[in-house]
Design a protein around this ligand. Structure first.
Ligand SMILES: Nc1ncnc2c1ncn2[C@@H]1O[C@H](COP(=O)(O)OP(=O)(O)O)[C@@H](O)[C@H]1O
Ligand SMILES: [Mg+2]
Ligand SMILES: [Zn+2]
Length: 501
């Protein structure tokens, strides 16, 4: 008897169909897997065997050949357990459902027949819908995650025997549509910009960064509020559109980071990896490539606290994704692409001890130590950071009442969204992404502002790159002001955000 089933594997964040054929024939009992399964799939043989017997079914005493197609696609992971087990049971006549080949099936089995949640079920659900599958049979633990895909019949199951019962019961017994999880109300303790007292300059830089999509570096002593400010950037960005949320959630799904009962990401992600992170964990990697922190920050913010402490190699690995908005991980078999369109916020102390220039404590660093520390910032990554601001600590005594609490997040976000709408009308991308050659045509700059730009770039010995950065930031400041033409005030402000070159 031959049974044919459908499953899927995830490449990057896209599902690719996999067809599984199970053939039972007479001969010595044997269980053979063909069609480029890797070691992790070969292990499913033992799980499938145990799960079938421990679920109270007979394991057929036949020669069993399982073929996975397409043959040139490397199959990995445990999520083929369930389709293989159901294929064996279909070939031996236990599963009698006729429409089984129209159902996409994924799930990992444990030896007792329990079905574990799998990674990447959200993109698999998207793929099943795209390929017009009749249903998706999936681990119950992934049901809410998959429920965000509209128009797809879900068949969530907890155990192998439950799956058999559901399939044999026919379409009449299929469960009703699972409603996607309700959007969670914003938590009361959500980080709001109104919590930040004083810091007018840093707050303004944060607004400019949000408006133009500019990467930002904050330099200041411990306790100055750098982390506090960075955490408030995602809230200043426009709310996630459905497509953006779906894409960001698919990345989290592939990384196995959607909690049980979780659905679409509601808020823009904020990722803050520690400086001891490896380059594989930051940009993604592994034999079966998994997204790294930069992809988990897709459509959101990546915060690198204590940036000079990161390994040089790790920082260098950021360059390509920051330029392209995605990361390509090359493997012998194929290249896998993960999206990584993010805003970078970096923070650092002014010197190794943290208190250079402080009025509260004395710095214990020698001038060479300070310059060595700052020099770690130079290089290609520096070229991708348009805004640099110094953040002074607000004196503790005045943190409570005497410092005005500033505007709240929603007021600032409204201006950011208006400024972004202006950019969209004029050009296909945010100002931070404008290529140098587009600047002269896209950025209308007044004659006086041009003169200021020229004069300051000579006086400050601005490099060509720095010159372009000032123009981009100036354009964003003009957009926030609702001005068609970039004028001297905009350029003058932009010049303040380039502390070190
Ligand atoms: N401007 C400020 N307004 C309100 N609270 C502040 C401010 N600056 C610092 N704080 C308080 O100090 C704590 C430490 O700030 P943090 O952002 O961690 O500093 P840093 O990252 O620069 O070391 C914050 O959690 C916050 O409670
Ligand atoms: Mg901090
Ligand atoms: Zn110091």
């Amino acid at each position: 008897m031959l049974a044919t089933l459908r499953s899927a594997t995830v490449i990057g964040i896209d599902a690719s169909p996999v067809h599984i054929e199970v053939d039972l024939c007479f001969g010595l009992p044997r269980f053979q897997l063909v069609g480029l399964p890797d070691l992790s799939v070969k292990e499913s043989r033992d799980r499938v065997h145990a799960a079938i017997r421990n679920s109270g079914f007979d394991f057929p005493q036949h020669r069993i050949v399982i073929n996975m197609a397409p043959a040139d696609l490397r199959k990995a992971g445990a999520s083929f357990d369930l389709p293989i087990a159901l294929g064996v049971l279909a070939a031996s006549g236990v599963v009698t459902a006729t429409g089984i080949r129209e159902i996409v099936i994924v799930g990992e089995l444990s030896l007792d027949g329990t079905i574990h949640p799998a990674r990447g079920v959200l993109p698999i659900a998207v793929g099943a819908r795209r390929d017009s599958a009749a249903a998706l049979l999936l681990p119950a633990g992934n049901a809410t995650e998959a429920s965000v895909v509209e128009g797809l019949q879900l068949l969530p199951v907890r155990t192998l025997s439950e799956a058999v019962t559901l399939l044999n019961g026919g379409q009449a017994g299929w469960p009703a549509r699972i409603p996607p999880p309700a959007p969670t109300a914003a938590a009361d303790d959500a980080a709001d910009l109104a919590d930040v007292r004083g810091q007018a300059f840093a707050r303004r830089a944060l607004e400019v960064a949000a408006a133009g999509g500019h990467n930002l570096l904050m330099i200041g002593p411990p306790g100055a509020g750098k982390t506090m400010l960075a955490r408030r950037l995602p809230g200043l960005l426009p709310p996630l559109a459905f497509d953006e949320a779906l894409e960001a959630s698919a990345i989290h799904s592939v990384a196995g980071l959607i909690p049980p009962g979780g659905g679409l990401l509601r808020e823009r992600p904020f990722r803050a990896p520690h400086h001891t992170i490896s380059d594989a964990a930051l940009v993604g990697g592994g034999a079966q490539p998994r997204p790294g922190e930069i992809s988990l920050a897709h459509h959101g913010v990546l915060f690198l606290d204590e940036m000079p402490e990161f390994d040089r190699r790790v920082l260098d690995a950021l360059r390509q994704p920051l330029e392209e908005g995605r990361i390509t991980i090359s493997r012998a078999a194929r290249a896998v692409v993960f999206p990584a369109d993010l805003m970078l916020v970096a923070a650092m102390n002014p010197c190794p001890c943290g208190y250079s220039g402080s009025t509260v404590r004395t710095c214990r660093c020698t001038p060479p130590m300070v310059s060595r520390y700052r020099a770690r910032l130079s290089g290609p990554l520096r070229d991708r950071i348009d805004l640099i601001v110094e953040v002074e600590a607000v004196p503790i005594a005045s943190l409570d009442q005497s410092q005005p609490s500033g505007e709240d997040t929603s007021s600032v976000r409204a201006r950011v969204m208006t400024a972004r709408a202006r950019q969209r009308q004029r050009q296909p991308r945010l100002n931070a992404r404008l290529p140098a050659r587009a600047l002269s045509t896209t950025c209308r700059v007044s004659t006086a502002a041009q003169a200021l730009l020229r004069e300051s770039s000579e006086r400050l010995h601005l490099s060509a790159r720095a010159y372009h950065r000032v123009q981009r930031v100036g354009r964003t400041i003009a957009d926030l002001a609702g001005a068609e033409t970039v004028d001297t005030t905009h350029i003058a402000e932009a010049l303040q955000y380039r502390l070190i070159e």
